[in-house]
Design a protein around this ligand. Structure first.
Ligand code: BGC
Length: 717
């Protein structure tokens, strides 16, 4: 159906709808609202009476989540297909037969469908610097979501990750605006294709608009202090790009920016989002966040006022999620004239439009499970993504790759856990239920055991035993990091590693044997003193279900590492300077001195860039500039390298970052091979948010930096 046809259909449908039916469309409830309580559960999880209450009597437009009963965990694909079928059958019985859109957090694959392909988390996908893999992840996730009968994915996170304490850092594509833009939009395009009504495609949801990722104190759902210029330069562009890439839904910031909760911010939700960014889809609240304008933020004096504020600010759908209060209160507000019907019609039109675009009004048979779910191809893509997402940060005296017959002592709390590699939104919300993880996936330890020809000994954390056993081994693999967490549950006060892990590291180092440190987890916990004393450092973050095998591939040299850090890895607990720091951040005693800088990552080969050139050294404002550079594999084995193009605006009316990433490309080169690369920088790449909060390109000198070379050009007046 083309846009015009959809518009006509929506208009016609809207004209037939009662106020109750309209307000129902704006209501989204959790599965619990239709589910059978744990104690009474048999085979079925949906209570038909409750389902009718939601869909027929309250006309709800959307349902979300996996059943909270019995355990809020992934369901088999057959159960999902049946459950979503039951929901749609109820919708088909409504007066106007408006389908319910079922939404799910398929954050790194179809989280809540058992045995789905679970990819590296976003922070790792960013470390691949490979948009192709992000595209494929989108494709595979959409396919598995649809094969599960689900229709809408609350992914991808377009917040940028510049606050390393924040427990959702790993859900982002890292600290850089350009990298997050490229990886996020590639995912969306893979997930939605050109037409997300196709059987294997589904709508995405940009999260969490906007400024959510930058809480001042690092804790989830706490205030961000972001001025409008910074917001426009760092936090809005990724969302603008996501909208341009076609994502039709947006979830709102659950916290607040500059004193205004995300759900009450008319300026962001309407003036900017609709007026400037031209977003045509619908916005959905985050979990319970309209109520929280009253219960938490004290912005509203009652729940009813909260509903009014949120709807008038620009929220189209409320993730209520446990009752019909939003529906009841909004009905009252419209009847009393406090919320105009025109606002309801606007919101409902947007929701219905997306439902038409998603093909929900013309349901197709469900995708066959066979050939669409956990396919060999998808698993291979996942393995590659995991491999490309691992960052080799230090490799002294070529401790890595390990010899196959080396005798290895593996120790540390993350070595033998699948959960430590997957993080939150894996099988359960918190991702920590190790016992529910698939039995055929390998932990780091198991993958090493599978590959090693020499002796492998595992001592989880007994320091005395590590001391005793070390002498029988050639190398120690010390696997540290974090256990899984999601959202506020993961709040911490410091990035410091806990004492138990520090002591284990000290013991491993004290043995005198060479130590390779592996870190897993969602945040860069401080490892400086350990990293300085060990021979090798591998930063694994959250590489997903294939992470164990991917890490073993790299440890043994069966794969040449090429992951690059998508964040600056802090040296100290408060070392939060990003790579694109301002001049004042490197002035006098200030320095950018992370443990590992943004884009750091070693290979078993070596690469060099040369012959950096610009097509012109003067351009007029509005012109593109063409950059060319050669990249050579100067090592002895084939490998992949990422070539990064940075710019610096030499002098400007708003302080400019020392450098900003504007383009990158990953290439694979055989030993001795050289490739010539060309990049086009557009006027947008040279622009920034000026004194008057508008985007400008100021004439003057610019620098382009690739590798060790810098060239300059001038934008003429
Ligand atoms: C999270 C969202 C998520 C939603 C639905 C919220 O608590 O902030 O990212 O999509 O729950 O599960």
């Amino acid at each position: 159906m083309n846009a015009q046809e959809i518009e006509a259909k929506v208009k016609h449908l809207l004209s037939q709808m009662t106020l109750e039916e309209k307000v129902g469309q704006m209501t989204q409830v959790d599965f619990t609202v239709i589910g059978i309580p744990k104690e009474q559960q048999t085979e079925d999880q949906i209570d038909p009476v409750k389902l009718n209450e939601a869909v027929l009597n309250h006309h709800v437009g959307s349902i979300l989540n996996t059943p909270f009963t019995p355990d809020n965990k992934a369901q088999s694909i057959d159960v999902w297909r049946k459950m979503t079928g039951t929901v749609q059958a109820a919708a088909a019985k409504t007066r106007l037969k408006i389908p319910v859109i079922y939404g799910i957090d398929a954050i790194h694959g179809a989280t809540y469908t058992q045995n789905s392909v679970l990819f590296p988390q976003a922070i790792n996908m960013a470390a691949t610097f490979n948009p192709d893999l992000s595209f494929k992840e989108g494709e595979i996730t959409a396919r598995e979501v649809r094969a599960s009968g689900l229709q809408w994915n609350f992914s991808t996170v377009m917040d940028i990750g510049r606050q390393p304490l924040w427990p959702r850092l790993w859900e982002t594509f890292g600290e850089d605006v350009h990298l997050a833009t490229v990886m996020g939009t590639s995912y969306i395009k893979g997930h939605q294709g050109d037409d997300f009504s196709a059987a294997a495609k589904a709508p995405t949801c940009l999260k969490h608009y906007v400024g959510y990722s930058y809480p001042l104190n690092g804790k989830d759902r706490t205030p961000a202090w972001i001025g409008e210029r910074t917001l426009r330069e760092y936090f809005l562009p990724t969302f603008a790009a996501g909208i341009k890439a076609g994502s039709p839904t947006i979830m709102v910031n659950s916290a607040e920016v500059d004193g205004i909760p995300g759900h009450a911010n008319y300026h962001y939700l309407t003036t900017i989002l609709r007026g400037e960014l031209g977003f045509k889809g619908f916005t959905v609240s985050d979990w319970e966040d309209i109520k929280r304008l009253y219960t938490r933020d004290k912005l509203a004096a009652s729940e009813k006022e909260a509903v009014k504020i949120a709807v008038m600010a620009g929220i189209d759908m409320s993730m209520v999620p446990f009752d019909f209060s939003f529906y009841d209160l909004l009905l009252e507000l419209v009847k009393s004239g406090d919320v105009p019907l025109s606002r309801i019609d606007e919101a409902v039109s947007r929701i219905l439009t997306v439902k038409y675009q998603a093909g929900l009004f013309e349901p197709k048979p469900l995708l066959a499970v066979e050939g669409n779910f956990a396919t060999a191809d998808a698993l291979a893509t996942n393995r590659l993504a995991a491999r490309e997402s691992i960052v080799l940060a230090k490799n002294e005296q070529h401790i890595l790759p390990l010899k196959k017959d080396a005798r290895i002592l593996v120790t540390g709390p993350t070595a033998n856990l699948l959960s430590a590699m997957n993080g939150g939104w894996t099988i359960t919300w918190q991702g920590a239920a190790e016992e529910l993880y698939p039995k055929d996936k390998l932990t780091v330890l198991q993958a090493i055991q599978k590959k090693a020809a020499g002796q492998v000994t595992y001592i989880e954390g007994d320091r005395q035993k590590v001391l005793e056993e070390a002498e029988n081994h050639d190398v120690i693999l010390l696997s540290l990091g974090e256990q899984p967490y999601t959202e506020t549950v993961g709040n911490i006060e410091s990035l410091a590693l806990d004492q138990v892990q520090i002591e284990l590291a000290q013991t491993a180092i004290a043995t005198g044997k060479p130590v390779v440190l592996l870190t897993l987890g969602g945040r860069p916990r401080i490892i400086t003193s350990i990293a300085e004393q060990v021979s090798g450092v591998v930063l694994g973050f959250l590489p997903g279900m294939e992470g164990g095998e991917a890490i073993a591939d790299i440890l043994y040299g069966d794969y040449n590492p090429n992951g690059k850090l998508p964040i600056s890895y802090p040296r100290n607990t408060n070392g939060f300077t990003s790579y694109d720091y301002k001049p004042i951040e490197s002035f006098e005693s200030n320095v950018y001195h992370p443990l590992y800088p943004f884009a750091h990552g070693l290979s078993y080969s070596s690469f060099a860039t040369s012959a950096l050139k610009l097509e012109k050294d003067r351009i007029h404002s509005g012109e593109n500039i063409i950059v060319s550079v050669n990249v050579k594999n100067t090592g002895a084995i084939t490998g992949k390298e990422v070539v990064l193009v940075y710019i610096n605006d030499v002098a400007a009316s708003v302080t400019r970052p020392n450098k900003q990433l504007k383009a990158f490309k990953k290439v694979e080169l055989t030993p001795g091979q050289t490739e010539s690369l060309r990049f086009t920088l557009t006027p947008y790449d040279l622009s920034f948010i000026g004194v008057d909060l508008k985007r400008v390109v100021e004439p003057g000198d610019f620098k382009v930096m690739v590798g060790k070379e810098t060239v300059g050009f001038t934008v003429l007046k």
